[in-house]
Design a protein around this ligand. Structure first.
Ligand code: 5GP
Length: 287
């Protein structure tokens, strides 16, 4: 007989972070840098742990150059040729990442099988239609809380992948215990993204699409195979210029979160986090 798990599972939109006593005098005092040594490969990482998703629209070499200036990295998409890679890359230390999963038991399985970092998220992505096409998924905030607990118990690490729509969501993902946060849609539409700027009804837009969308599969695999359905959307996003301002907006928001909850370092954010369940996140008057 199928089982029904009646435990409440939450998404970013269902919670806010409770402000706490803070002795920080300025947002500039907050340190967003983290250093991790990975469990299996023993590689060490230092940086601000926000990653651009490995989608061919946003996970570009151009994006990687700007992100690197801010000590963040880009998961480069897999459709560059070897020649293009040779032109771009120096030495990249390797650590093994696996996913995507949403349950603690799968996180443990993957870490014990040799993975360092587990990507968490099934169906939360901005251009993902997996939940519609398959009915499978898990609310992202709960997935992160549960998977971080399992990973950290084994000294592994997790990436919260997908579902962040604003800097506050990024802060909630870190608060929930994510070591890294991966973003696709929040970085779409910039100069550093692949694709042309299109003029439509006097407005400038860029295409953004899921890696399982018809668009991506036609581009890279000659179409959607008969045995599967496309699980991604293609959308036009407003052109947003240089990604630099977006990066500063995300990092500024995150520093602010830390000051509101009294975390001098990003490392302390999850320890300082108490989520409160809400029915509304913000005023809708001018939405
Ligand atoms: P976002 O930050 O845009 O909400 O989510 C980005 C994540 O969505 C990616 O890192 C990836 O895990 C996921 N994603 C990207 N393309 C697709 C797709 O076509 N289908 C599904 N199911 N997920 C996708």
């Amino acid at each position: 007989m199928p089982r029904v798990d009646a435990d409440l599972k939450l998404d970013f939109k269902d919670v806010l972070l409770r402000p706490k006593r803070s002795s920080l005098k300025s947002r500039s005092e907050v340190d967003l840098t983290r250093t991790f040594t990975f469990r299996n490969s023993k590689q060490t990482y230092t940086g601000i742990p926000i990653i651009v998703a490995n989608m061919d629209t946003v996970g570009t070499f151009e994006m990687a150059v700007v992100m690197a200036k801010h000590a963040m990295f880009t998961a480069i998409h897999k459709h560059y040729s070897l020649e293009e890679w040779k032109l771009f890359a120096a030495n990249h230390p390797e650590c093994l990442e696996a996913g995507n999963v949403v349950t603690g038991e799968m996180v443990e399985e993957l870490i014990l099988s040799g993975a360092d970092i587990i990507k968490v998220g099934i169906g939360p992505g901005s251009v993902c239609t997996t939940r519609i096409k398959t009915g499978v998924g898990y609310p992202q905030l709960s997935a992160v809380i549960e998977c971080a607990d399992s990973a950290h118990g084994l000294k592994g690490h997790i990436i919260s992948d997908g579902g962040c729509s604003c800097p506050g969501d990024v802060a909630k993902a870190f608060g929930a215990g994510a070591d890294f946060v991966m973003l696709g849609g929040m970085f779409a539409g910039h100069d550093q993204c692949a694709g042309e700027i299109i003029e439509k009804n006097g407005k400038k837009v860029k295409l953004f699409y899921g890696m399982s969308s018809d668009t991506a599969m036609k581009k890279h695999s000659g179409g959607v195979a008969e045995y599967r359905a496309s699980e991604g959307r293609t959308v036009e996003v407003p052109y947003r210029g240089d990604v630099e301002l977006t990066i500063l907006d995300i990092l500024g928001g995150l520093r602010s979160t830390c000051t509101y909850v009294g975390a001098a370092k990003l490392k302390e954010l999850s320890r300082r986090t108490t989520f409160i369940r809400v029915t509304q996140q913000h005023s809708q008057v001018f939405s």
